[in-house]
Every structure is written in structure tokens, then in C-alpha cells.
Write a protein that binds this ligand. Structure first.
Ligand code: PLP
Length: 393
């Protein structure tokens, strides 16, 4: 049994361009679309899911289908295998008995961005990179800085100037360089590319390198393992750049291909965004394949303040193929949602997690989600870096 069946990189469209050797440094396909890591899934059918028992409780327990070579050790801080809480008190309040919260706030640096960065920095290190850079709304920068420190790489983080204080300071904590940029994450991305391009920095922007998706796909592997290899009826996922959505959809495909999941209906995927920045929702409603830029993006949920996503078409594809939907919620409902999750379940929820609850309430009221169905809410980060959003007393 090899340590990984990782074989090549392929265009996500796919546009027909030749596949790429993952021992080289690749960001996007020649056509401009994201690249996806591919594995020898036919051979991977020999991998028995029962062999997971007794493995360490982190995302590298799925190493055979992760982008890592035999001679490498993953750069890990214990990310993943987060609890899937049966939210009985919150469920009772909503008249549901199969409501679950996948609590990603318990990852290193307090959000699921740790998963993506653990995979991306593992590859960057394997490629011999010395400096990594990222434009970030906050959490991705914090996670990258921590994993770069662990790997002994230099980190450069580009944040919007109005970023909440804890995000900027936590980068400093991990020894990263911080550049504050006038504007949004899209402006930070432009400045990062201008500065880092000339210096040869390795850019780990969302979907502009192929491996953050691989880290985030493990959320779906875990969900399946924790639910005894059955899918929930619905997954509510706060969507910014869409890495998690695209990653989970890819994971379903992989688990089905290797025979870990018996034929069954995939979860309906719900993409949750903010009223102040909802490019995916608008494109979903208008039947578009891509999501045009959202002007004047504003929301308390920094992770959702992504006015344009390079993987938009992949997110929209996953939502549509799953029979799911996309909807946005106002900031005040996100904050109410944070407090409701905190006060009923003792879980520290970021506004993004609060948004998933607000969306659930709306979909229950509309009759789209039925109370007897099984629902997984993703709490993608913790509340501590967003405390300003909460009342003081
Ligand atoms: C980045 C982020 C998101 C959006 O994640 P994507 O997978 O890029 O769509 C949601 N919530 C939090 C807390 C984030 O940091």
C-alpha cells in the first residue's frame, strides 16, 4: 500500500490541457482556471476504510488521498477531526432532532483555514519554497503564518486595512510580515501579486494553488466517517472563496469512487452568504455559470467578504448538481445566530457560523428544509476574533 495515490494535477473545467506533474510549481491551469489534485482512485479501492481506526485524530488520517509524497512529513499542528456535535438543545428549539454542528472553531488558529494551509504549506515545503504569501480577510493569513512558522518558511500576509485587530496581530505572533492594503481582499490580492511576483514568493491565494482544496475536502471525509458512512440530507456552508464547498464536493466523488460510500443521494449543498456580499447567491438566482464582481462588499463576516471568487463556477456547479440552494442573510441575524449557538450549545461561533444558523431558520420557515431531515451546520470559525460584533452587556 503506497503512502499516497497522488498522481497529477488537472484543470478543473476541464479545458483539455495536458495534466501537470505535481513535483513542479503550479498555480493555475494555462486557461486561468483552478487546478485540482488527482489520485489513482482505481488502485485506491484497495484501501479499506476500517484501516482508519486507531489513526491519529487529525486530517492526515486520510493521507493516502492527500497531496503528500512518501518521503515527506506533513506540516501539521493537529488540524481536523473536529467534533460533530449533535445539537440537541438548538435542535429542540427549531423542532429538529437531527441537527449537527461541525465545529471548525477548534482547529489551530481558530478556523477551518488551518486545514487548507496545512496542505498548502506541506506542498510548499516539499517544493523547496522559502517565502509564502497570501491575501486574506484574516483567518487564512493567521493559519498560513502559523504553518509557515512550523515549517520554517517566511510568511507575508496582505490584509485589508480595515481588518479586525486580532487578525493582524495574530500574524505578528507567528512572525509573519503584514501589509495592510486600502480596499478589500481582491485589492490585497493585487498588491500581493505585484510585490511577491517579482520576488518569487509562493502565492497560496484561495484556489490559485491546488492544495488548500485538498485540506478542506477532509471536512467531508470526516463527516462521512463520523456519520457512519451515511450522508446528511443537507449541508449549510458559509461561502466566501468557496474552497470548502468545492473541496467537499470533490471528496464525495472520491469516496464514492473508492467504494467507501454506498450509492446514495449526496447532501444538498447550501451556500450561505451575507446580504452585503452575495455574488454566488445572485449568480445562482440568475442562472449564471459565473458570478460577476459584487460592488461595495460589506459584512461583519470577514470570511464572506469575497466580492469575486476564481472558483465561482465550481461552487455554483456543486450547489446545482446537489439540488441545493444559495441564500444570503443580514449581519444582525448572523450576530443573533452567534449568540443562539453559544447560549444553546456552548459553541463559540464566528459570524459565518451564525450565518449558517440564520439560513437554516429561513429555509425551515420556507419549507425548503423539513424538520425531520438531517442537517449539518458548519461553524467555520470561533467568535474570539470578532468580539466587537457582540454587545458588551
Ligand atoms: C474563509 C472563511 C469562510 C469562507 O470559506 P471558503 O471555503 O473560502 O468559502 C467562512 N468562514 C470563515 C470563518 C472563514 O474564515
Amino acid at each position: 500500500m503506497p503512502t499516497s495515490w497522488f498522481t497529477h494535477l488537472e484543470c478543473s473545467v476541464p479545458c483539455g490541457a495536458p495534466t501537470l506533474d505535481p513535483r513542479g510549481r503550479h498555480h493555475l491551469c494555462a486557461c486561468g482556471a483552478p487546478l485540482l489534485a488527482r489520485y489513482d482512485l482505481a488502485s485506491a479501492r484497495a484501501w479499506d476504510r476500517d484501516s482508519l481506526r486507531g489513526r491519529e485524530p487529525n486530517m492526515w488520517r486520510y493521507r493516502e488521498l492527500m497531496p503528500v509524497f512518501a518521503d515527506e512529513t506533513p506540516v501539521s499542528l493537529g488540524e481536523g477531526f473536529t467534533p460533530l456535535f449533535h445539537a440537541t438543545r438548538l435542535g429542540a428549539r427549531l423542532g429538529m432532532d437531527r441537527l449537527y454542528i461541525k465545529d471548525e472553531s477548534l482547529n489551530p488558529t481558530n478556523s477551518f483555514k488551518a486545514r487548507g494551509q496545512s496542505a498548502a504549506i506541506t506542498r510548499a515545503k516539499g517544493l523547496g519554497v522559502t517565502t509564502v504569501s497570501v491575501p486574506s480577510a484574516g483567518n487564512a493569513g493567521n493559519a498560513m503564518a502559523a504553518y509557515a512558522a512550523k515549517a520554517g518558511l517566511r510568511a507575508e500576509v496582505f490584509l485589508p486595512k480595515d481588518v479586525k485587530e486580532p487578525f493582524a496581530r495574530e500574524c505578528i505572533l507567528y512572525g509573519a510580515g503584514v501589509t495592510l492594503v486600502d480596499g478589500l481582499i481582491t485589492d490585497a490580492a493585487r498588491v500581493a501579486a505585484e510585490k511577491g511576483g517579482a520576488l518569487g514568493w509562493y502565492d497560496v491565494s484561495t484556489l490559485k494553488e491546488p492544495y488548500r482544496i485538498e485540506g478542506k475536502k477532509t471536512m467531508a471525509y470526516e463527516l462521512a466517517e463520523q456519520m457512519d458512512w451515511r450522508y446528511p440530507d443537507w449541508i449549510l456552508y458559509p461561502t466566501g472563496g468557496g474552497t470548502g464547498m468545492v473541496g467537499m464536493w470533490k471528496a464525495f466523488e472520491e469516496m464514492e469512487a473508492i467504494g467507501w460510500i454506498a450509492p446514495q443521494r449526496r447532501p444538498r449543498m447550501v451556500s450561505v452568504q451575507a446580504d452585503g456580499c452575495a455574488p454566488i447567491v445572485r449568480a445562482f438566482e440568475q442562472g449564471l455559470e459565473k458570478a460577476p464582481m459584487w460592488e461595495n462588499a460589506a459584512t461583519v463576516a470577514d470570511g464572506l467578504r469575497v466580492p469575486r471568487a476564481i472558483g465561482d463556477f465550481l461552487v455554483l456547479r456543486a450547489v446545482r448538481e446537489s439540488g441545493g440552494t444559495a441564500l444570503s442573510v443580514p449581519d444582525n441575524e448572523m450576530v443573533d445566530g452567534m449568540i443562539t449557538i453559544g447560549s444553546t450549545e456552548g459553541v463559540s461561533a464566528a459570524p459565518e457560523g451564525g450565518a449558517a444558523l440564520a439560513a437554516l431558520e429561513r429555509l425551515l420557515a420556507a419549507g425548503t428544509i423539513k424538520p425531520h431531515e438531517s442537517v449539518v451546520l458548519f461553524n467555520t470559525g470561533g467568535a474570539l476574533k470578532y468580539l466587537d460584533a457582540l454587545p458588551r452587556g
